[in-house]
Design a protein around this ligand. Structure first.
Ligand code: HEC
Length: 407
């Protein structure tokens, strides 16, 4: 920010300005700038200015935006957070073209704007030195930089002879920082400092926790999620369709494939018979899975079938309990039910026993059956420890998985 001395010449006509600019340049003086009220074609050539580098920069910014867009999106969607959209490949270049294009345009537009401001030394709160107030109105103002050797009086004479109607000498800051340190009004300064302080202070507020009775964005703080056994009637009143069922044909992540046999029509046992062929798909259950299976059995089944699986739970109590029908005795099973049949009965219900399809997922139902099978084989093993355990009773936990209906 060197302070320099400038000689200023003012012209009121383009036709006089052009030859004057050329003459001054050829005499060897260094023209700082020529200020005109409107863009004058050819003046840059007359002053010997080189072409602007704005387009080159624009290209570079665009390239940068392209790389950022392409790099960012491919890193996110292939490495950081790959999402399977209907089996499409993670690296889906055609789908990304719009986003990459937008990035390119954004970078070059913003970058070129900033470069333009930089090249022209325009910035908020920066006031430049004005060599003549009429430069924005009707005067062409030529500003010549002087050095120690320059004879200022000679130069002013030369300007006058070239048609300048007014010449003077001004001292101002030169280079990039020309006039950058203009002094803003104290009111403005205080306002800016006040705003900065306010921003800093407001960021210290930790939000909803400290202020009681007031919540910032309550529907973000408190979940409005719909719970399974909530009353959803208000949704219907408001015209929202909600039947609380998963979309048909869909399977939740990590769950078993659906049970393909449908419920028999009354009087028919076709599918119940077919269910015999279905095996328990859960062949390897961990210890914690087994614990969970036992828990589920005790919650959902033991009340009727008994904790000992003998069909005499507290609801039946040898016929003295409130439940009228005798539950199935798993331990002494006259019907020799297969796991498939049991699964069918659990899924669709059996006479007075209701369906458990809505309380237990497919996997949970098979888990309960794994528990029952393991209890059965334990009982048989302790009753006849020397005999090998029959295949049929262990099939549920030990045989290889058969997930679908066999013909
Ligand atoms: C409210 C009492 C009750 C509960 C709870 C109950 N059951 Fe039953 N269950 C019965 C009765 C009663 C029968 C006998 C139905 C018949 O054959 O008429 C039965 C029969 C069965 C049968 C034999 C079905 C057939 O095909 O003959 C199986 C298997 C069975 N229950 C499994 C379960 C499982 C597993 C649970 C836990 C998820 C369960 N039950 C919960 C009352 C109950």
């Amino acid at each position: 920010m060197a302070i320099k001395k400038f000689v200023v010449g003012c012209f009121d006509d383009e036709k006089v300005l052009f030859p004057a600019v050329k003459k001054i340049r050829h005499t060897g003086y260094k023209i700082h700038d020529v200020y005109t009220p409107y863009p004058v074609h050819g003046l840059d050539e007359a002053m010997g200015l080189r072409g602007t580098s704005l387009h080159t920069m624009g290209f570079i910014y665009g390239l940068l935006g392209l790389c950022t867009g392409l790099g960012g999106i491919s890193w996110i969607l292939t490495i950081d957070w790959p999402i399977n959209y209907g089996g499409k490949p993670s690296f889906a270049l055609p789908a990304w073209i719009p986003i990459i294009f937008e990035c390119t345009v954004l970078f070059s537009a913003v970058g070129m704007t900033l470069t333009f401001c930089f090249l022209n030394k325009i910035a908020p709160f920066v006031r430049k030195h004005h060599f003549h107030p009429r430069a924005t109105n009707d005067l062409f103002v030529m500003v010549i930089e002087t050095s120690a050797k320059t004879n200022v009086d000679d130069l002013q004479e030369l300007l006058k002879s070239l048609g300048s109607m007014e010449t003077n000498v001004q001292v101002a800051e030169s280079e990039w920082w020309l006039g950058l340190y203009s002094n803003p009004a104290p009111v403005f300064k205080m306002t800016m400092i006040g705003l900065a302080l306010l921003t800093a202070l407001s960021s210290c507020d930790s939000g909803p926790k400290r202020v009681q009775n007031r919540v910032y964005m309550p529907d973000m703080a408190y979940s409005r999620a719909l719970e399974t056994y909530d009353d959803h009637s208000n949704l219907t009143e408001e015209g929202v369709f909600y039947n609380a069922k998963p979309v048909s044909g869909t399977i939740a992540r990590g769950s078993e494939l659906p049970f393909l046999l449908s419920k028999d029509s009354p009087g028919s046992t076709t599918n119940y018979q077919k269910a015999k062929l279905i095996n328990n798909p859960l062949t390897t259950l961990t210890e914690s899975d087994m614990k969970e299976s036992e828990r589920l059995y005790l919650i959902y089944c033991a009340i009727c079938h008994g904790a000992d699986l003998k069909g005499n739970g507290p609801l039946y109590k040898d016929g003295t309990g409130p439940f009228p029908a005798k539950p199935h005795n798993f331990m002494a099973d006259p019907k020799k039910l297969t796991v498939g049949e049991m699964f069918y009965s659990m899924t669709y219900g059996k006479n007075l026993m209701g369906s458990y399809a809505s309380q237990l997922t497919t996997r949970q139902r098979w888990m309960v059956l794994s528990y029952i099978s393991s209890k059965l084989s334990q009982a048989q093993a302790s009753a006849a420890p020397t005999l090998p355990i029959p295949e049929s009773t262990t099939s549920a936990t030990a045989s290889p998985s058969h997930n679908s209906t066999k013909k």
